[in-house]
Design a protein around this ligand. Structure first.
Ligand code: HDE
Length: 690
C-alpha cells in the first residue's frame, strides 16, 4: 500500500453503507456483508467434529460465493496493465484554438488516472514481451472526463476499424493450441500482416526497440489520431497529442528482455511501484502538433490515415503542460482493473476527426465496458466517475448506486423545478464540417501509400537501431513455420529498403530474395525524421536507473561504500547482491546485509553492474553458474562493468574480455559516466546482427 496514499496507522472498513477509516490497533470486528459479527473465520459449521459440513452455514456460503465471483472478464486487448494516479498541469494556454478549460487555464492542476498496458497478453502475462504499450489517460476535468487513449507508438497497423478483430485474432495466441502467449512471433500474426500492406509502417516500429522498453517511465505516448480543437468562434484546428518522458527514452536489448521475462515477470509494474513509493514521481511533457486543414492538404500523406505520422520536423511539437504520476492505487481491482476508458469521453473545445479507425473506436470502448463491467452504471465506479457535477435522467440498471428522489425522470417536464435541463452555454459542440460524397465501402486514394513512411522510419534510425530491426525481423520470422509467410514478409521489406530485405533474407538463409508485391503508388523518399529514433532521445543519466553490485565474503567495504555513494548521488537505485541474502563478511570483518540473492537477481534487471570481490570471493563465485551468467550477460547486454582486482578475475573465469566499458572502480567517476549509457560499440563483438 502506498505510503503517499494511505497513512499507515489507518485502515478502511465498510460500515453503514460507507467505507471509513479506523486507527490501526482498533481491529473492527469481522462481519458478513450484512454486518453480522463473525466469531470463527477458520472453521465451517459441521454436524460433529468428524461429520459433514452443513448447508446451513450461510457464513461459509456467503464467503465462498463471493470469492467464486471475484473475477470479471479481462480486456480482450490491453489486459495486462499498470495504473497510477497523478495530475496534469497546463503550462501554456491554447485559448486561441480551443475553449477546453484543461487546455486554457494555465497553472491549473487536473487529477488523472493513467493506465499503461501491453496489448496481446492476458492479464497475468509478463510485462516485457515485444509489444506495443497502451498509454491511456483519464483526465477528471471541470467540464467532464476526457479520456485520451493512446499508445507508445504514433501509428497503427490498420486504416479501418472493421479490420481490428482480425488483426487481434491473428496477434493473440493461436485458437487451436492456445499459444504463444503475448508474442507476435508466430504464423498467424505474420500471415495476416503479410496480407496487410498498410501495416508495414507499424511493423517497422514494433520491430524496433520501442516495443521492448526498459521502463514504463521511459516511453513516449501518442494519441495517434488527428483530433480537432474548437475555439470560441467555432473555428477548428487539427491536433495530434504527444507525451514525452522526462527521463528520456530507454529500451532493452532483445536477449536481455527475454531473460527479464524469466527473472521478474512484473519488471515494469514493480519498477513503477518502487519509483512512486520512493517519491521519484515519473513525469511526462504534454505536447501538441497543431495544423490547419489547408496545411494538411500540402502534406505528402493523409493525416486522417492512422498508419501515418506527422514528422516532428514538419510540424514541430509545442509543449503545453506536464503529467506527474504521484500516487499508487489503493486497490488494483477497484481502480486499475475497473477503470473504463472511452474514446467518447471528450470535453467541449475538443472534437473528433474523420479518421476511420477513430470513428470505429468511438463505438467499441463504450460497448466493451458493458461486457467487462456488466452494467451501464460503470460510470458510477469511483475511478470512472467524473469529479465535476453531473446530472441526467438516465435511471436504473444493474448495480445502480444512486437513489434519485422525486416524481420526474424525463425531460422536458413541467413538474420539477430542479430537474436537469439542456443548456447551450458551455455545452459540447461538434465542429461544423461539410461532408458530402458517394456512400460505399471505400478507402480514400490518399490512403494508398503503405511504404514511404516505413522507409522514412527505417532510414531515420541509427545503425544500431537498424540492426536491431533487422534482427527482430529474423527472430520473429524464424518462429514462423510456413515458409511462404516468411517470403511474403521479406517481399514487403524490399519496398521499404532493399538492404533491409537482404539482411533479413541472409538471417533466414533465404535465397533467392522473394519478389516484392505490386504497389498501388510509387514509394517516396521522404526527408529523414531523426525524432523517431530512440537513441537520439536517450539521456545519458543514472536517474531512474539501477546499479547492481555483486559482492562476496572478503569484499572491500570501503570500495563498496564509495561506488554506492557515487551511484546514489547520480540518481541510481543501488542493490547489493551476493550468495546469501542474510549477509557477506567484508574484508574488515563487518557483515554486509544484502538486498538480493544472486539466484534471483541476474544482471538483466540492472542498467550497470559493479563486481567488488576479493580473490577468494572471485574464486568462490567462479564456481557458480549464476555468477558466470551475471557477468556474461552484463557484457553481452552492453552494460558498463565496474571491477576491482577480484572482479577482473571473475571476468577472466567467465571468459569475458575487457573493453572501454569495463572500468576499474578505483576511478568511480569514470565508472559512473560509463554506467549512464549502453556500450553500443561493443555490440558487434558479442552477437551477429541479422
Ligand atoms: Fe483499443 N481497445 N481499439 N486501440 N485500446 C481497447 O477497450 C479497439 C486502438 C487502446 O488501459 C478495448 O476497455 C478497436 C488504437 C488502449 O483500459 C477495446 C480498435 C489504439 C487500450 C478496444 C482499437 C488503441 C485499448 C479493450 C480499432 C491507440 C487500453 C478493453 C478501431 C491509439 C485501455 C477496453 C485501458 C483498449 C478496441 C484500436 C489503444 C476492445 C475496435 C488505434 C491503450 O474496446
Amino acid at each position: 500500500m502506498s505510503k503517499a496514499n494511505t497513512p499507515e496507522d489507518k485502515i478502511e472498513v465498510g460500515a453503514g453503507g460507507e467505507w471509513h477509516q479506523v486507527a490501526s490497533g482498533e481491529h473492527p470486528p469481522l462481519t458478513t456483508n450484512q454486518g453480522l459479527i463473525i466469531a470463527d473465520n477458520q472453521n465451517s459449521l459441521k454436524a460433529n467434529p468428524y461429520g459433514p459440513t452443513l448447508l446451513e452455514d450461510f457464513i461459509l456460503r456467503e464467503k465462498v460465493f463471493h470469492f467464486d465471483h471475484e473475477r470479471i472478464p479481462e480486456r480482450v486487448v490491453h489486459a495486462r496493465g499498470t495504473g497510477m494516479h497523478g495530475y496534469f498541469e497546463l503550462t501554456h494556454s491554447l485559448a486561441k484554438y480551443t475553449t477546453a478549460k484543461i487546455l486554457t487555464e494555465v497553472g491549473e492542476k487536473t487529477e488523472l488516472f493513467t493506465r499503461i498496458s501491453t496489448v496481446a497478453g492476458g492479464s497475468g502475462s509478463v510485462d516485457t514481451p515485444r509489444d506495443v504499450r497502451g498509454f491511456a489517460v483519464k483526465f477528471y476535468t471541470k467540464e467532464g472526463n476526457w479520456d485520451l487513449v493512446g499508445n507508445n507508438i504514433p501509428v497503427f497497423f490498420i486504416q479501418d476499424a472493421i479490420k481490428f478483430p482480425d488483426l487481434i485474432h491473428a496477434a493473440k495466441m493461436e485458437p487451436d493450441r492456445a499459444f504463444p502467449q503475448a508474442a507476435t512471433a508466430h504464423d498467424t500474426f505474420w500471415d495476416y500482416i503479410s496480407l496487410t500492406p498498410e501495416a508495414m509502417h507499424m511493423v517497422m516500429w514494433i520491430m524496433s526497440d520501442r516495443a521492448i522498453p526498459r521502463s514504463l517511465r521511459m516511453i513516449e505516448g501518442f494519441g495517434i489520431h488527428s483530433y480537432r480543437l474548437l475555439n470560441v468562434a467555432g473555428e477548428s484546428t487539427f491536433v495530434k497529442f504527444h507525451w514525452r518522458p522526462k527521463l528520456g527514452l530507454q529500451s532493452t536489448i532483445w536477449d536481455e528482455t527475454v531473460k527479464i521475462s524469466g527473472a521478474d515477470q512484473d519488471f515494469h509494474r514493480r519498477d513503477m511501484f518502487e519509483a512512486i513509493e520512493a517519491g521519484n514521481f515519473p513525469e511526462w511533457e504534454f505536447a501538441v502538433q497543431l495544423f490547419t486543414a489547408a496545411e494538411a492538404e500540402k502534406f505528402p500523406f493523409d493525416h486522417l490515415d492512422p498508419t501515418k505520422l506527422i514528422p516532428e520536423e514538419l510540424v514541430p511539437l509545442q509543449i503545453i503542460g506536464r503529467m506527474v504520476l504521484d500516487r499508487w492505487p489503493n486497490n488494483f481491482f477497484a481502480e486499475t482493473e475497473q477503470v473504463a476508458y472511452c474514446l467518447s469521453n471528450i470535453v467541449p473545445g475538443i472534437d473528433f476527426s474523420n479518421d476511420p479507425l477513430l470513428q470505429g473506436r468511438l463505438f467499441s470502448y463504450l460497448d466493451t465496458q458493458i461486457s467487462r463491467l456488466g452494467s451501464p452504471n460503470f460510470n458510477q465506479i469511483p475511478v470512472n466517475a467524473p469529479k465535476c457535477p453531473f446530472a441526467n435522467l438516465q435511471r436504473d440498471g444493474h448495480m445502480q448506486m444512486a437513489q434519485p428522489a422525486g416524481q420526474v425522470n424525463y425531460e422536458p417536464n413541467s413538474l420539477s423545478e430542479t430537474s436537469p435541463r439542456e443548456t447551450p452555454k458551455d455545452a459540447f459542440r461538434t465542429a461544423s464540417v461539410m461532408d458530402t460524397g458517394e456512400k460505399g465501402r471505400i478507402r480514400a486514394e490518399s490512403f494508398a501509400d503503405h511504404y514511404s513512411q516505413a522507409r522514412q522510419f527505417f532510414l531515420s534510425q541509427t545503425k544500431y537501431e537498424q540492426a536491431h530491426i533487422a534482427s527482430a525481423m529474423v527472430f520473429e520470422l524464424s518462429k514462423c513455420e510456413h515458409v511462404h509467410v516468411r517470403e511474403a514478409m521479406v517481399g514487403h521489406l524490399r519496398h521499404i529498403e532493399e538492404s533491409l530485405a537482404q539482411r533479413v533474407a541472409v538471417g533466414l538463409a533465404m535465397d533467392p530474395l522473394p519478389s516484392a508485391p505490386p504497389t498501388a503508388v510509387p514509394v517516396l523518399d521522404m526527408p529523414l525524421s531523426p525524432a523517431t529514433q530512440i537513441i537520439g532521445k536517450m539521456k545519458d543519466t543514472l536517474d531512474g536507473r539501477a546499479l547492481g553490485i555483486l559482492i562476496a565474503d572478503g569484499s572491500d567495504g570501503a570500495a563498496l561504500a564509495v561506488v554506492k555513494k557515487a551511484a546514489l548521488a547520480a540518481g541510481a537505485s543501488v542493490k547489493i547482491i551476493g550468495l546469501k541474502v542474510g549477509g557477506a563478511k567484508l574484508a574488515d570483518g563487518a557483515m554486509q546485509v544484502l538486498d538480493k540473492q544472486l539466484a534471483g537477481a541476474p544482471s538483466v534487471i540492472f542498467d550497470a553492474v559493479a563486481l567488488i570481490l576479493s580473490d577468494v570471493g572471485a574464486k568462490q563465485l567462479g564456481g557458480e553458474s549464476a555468477a558466470i551468467d551475471f557477468v556474461r550477460d552484463a557484457f553481452g547486454h552492453l552494460k558498463a562493468i565496474g571491477v576491482d582486482q577480484g572482479g577482473a578475475a571473475l571476468l577472466k573465469t567467465a571468459n569475458v574480455p575487457t573493453d572501454a566499458g569495463v572500468i576499474d572502480i578505483k576511478d568511480e567517476k569514470a565508472f559512473i559516466a560509463a554506467a549512464q549509457t549502453r556500450q553500443w560499440e561493443r555490440e558487434k563483438s558479442v552477437r551477429t546482427l541479422a
